[in-house]
Design a binder for this molecule. Sequence first.
Ligand code: HEM
Ligand SMILES: *[C@@H]1O[C@H](CO)[C@@H](O)[C@H](O)[C@H]1NC(C)=O
Length: 499
Amino acid sequence: MLIILLLVTFLAVATAYQWKRCQKLPKGPTPIPIIGNFHQFIYHGLKLGSAVAVYHHFEKTYGKVFTLWMGPLPTVYIADYDVAHESHIKRSNIFSKRFATGTMNYIREGRGIIASNGEFWQEHRRFALTTLRNFGLGRNIMEEKIMEEYRYRIADFKKTNFKNGAIEVHAGSFFDLLVGSIINQLLISERFEQDDKEFDQIKTALAESLENFGIVDIFFPTAFLDSPLMSWRQKKIFKPFDFVYEVSKRNIAKRVAQVESRDHVIEDGGNDFVDAYILKIQKDKRDGVKSTFDYETMAIDVFDLWQAGQETTSTTLSWAFSCLLNYPNVVKKLRAELMKLTGGNRSIGLNDRPDTPYLNATCNEVQRIASILNVNLFRHIEEDTVIAGQPLSAGTAVTTQMSMLHTDEKVFKNSTEFDPERFIVNNNLEKTLIPFGIGKRSCLGESLARAELYLILSNLILDFDIEPVGSPPQMKTLNPFGLLRRPPVYNIRFKPVKL
Ligand code: HEM
Ligand SMILES: *[C@@H]1O[C@H](CO)[C@@H](O)[C@H](O)[C@H]1NC(C)=O
């Protein structure tokens, strides 16, 4: 009897507490204590088939900004460009802190670039950006590095995978090796090879983790994840990250040893990110300043850049070619534009950008269709404020959901159609396309990623006819409820235009 009484009292208090908090949050479906809106999320998820469809469902009822309770945590979703701009740019002081408990902070513990905050984040983001810029981000050196890897990779697969007049590859592996090598060259001057066991292990590990990483996992607090109750899940999701972090640490230790033994001499600011970092550590030590740059934070920064710079771009390219295989007319138009410009006499370079409107539109449309984050990373609100005329209280996790913006039928009609032309017909559309996020925490690698997409996509189309192996891949994600929207898995044939 007493237990029932206690339970009823607890539920009454919890309900009242939640009701009170709801008054200080944007509208949303009514949550129940502890569970929040999970039950509604699961119900509509089963009915509608994807997280994005569920978000759109709630958007229809509650508007462009709404609240969903992930268990005891209120999370707010922005599905409108103007609100995103108003909050994340005009009031960036409130909307620029990363929400990073639990999974996000695994290994990182407030360090790195993705999940850190405050002065640490500012220092390390600035350092990474300056360093990558010094190594060519947004300049010709970057183009050379990307094209060198492109040519190497094509020549390599021509040797191993040439079948019936074409290079036949597993698209995902091909782009993984290419993109993985580009970022790895920037970070530590190393390329991955086809038979590289470690790269295979890293990729298999990350794929396993990403396939298992669900939306709810972002919200679990660290203590809960560390509990015996959750250890099975810990292993599934985190083991792979342990491995990637170990590799990052090992590579750094190797370089440091080489520097100490003078087998590696760092000259003129160094050759890569790790060199630059070592110089920074040495300089801070010499200057006697209190520094957050040491070998351990370097391993985490490298771990962050590697993860953020590899899977994202590779995934986007896999999406790109699954679209192109399904829309041969787009390929025809692209080829015509590129041939007119080069006569087939040279490769496409970044300087061609102003002269390739159709290619630019295609890159945009690829990023829109790919929308590789089902759920964008969250920001953490630390003071009470207002959003789109509604109250927003401290402690809330907020995000601009690009996956919703990019599938908004009012902006992108027939949003499931791959139609680059839409960006040419309507010049304003580009503004509302924000695959790299918005505001101070938006993607640090945007210009690198854009350069990779532009150069790899255009030169593949210029150099090869593309053919599916079997029927074209379905333009459908493997995991509609995952964090990263994984692309279809398929093989592709690149048939040289000139032999
Ligand atoms: C097509 C490829 C890519 C896409 C679509 C993409 C997208 C994103 C998005 C949506 C965010 C979160 C933004 C936010 O909170 O609003 C982000 C953050 C980040 N990205 Fe990318 N990204 C890509 C490639 C890259 C590359 C190549 C690098 C590394 C060189 C990189 C490094 C980062 C980092 C370090 C962050 C965290 C930034 C911070 O919290 O300050 N990304 N990216
Ligand atoms: C390509 O090279 C051919 C032969 O040298 C030349 O006639 C043609 O004008 C070139 N095309 C372009 C667009 O540069």
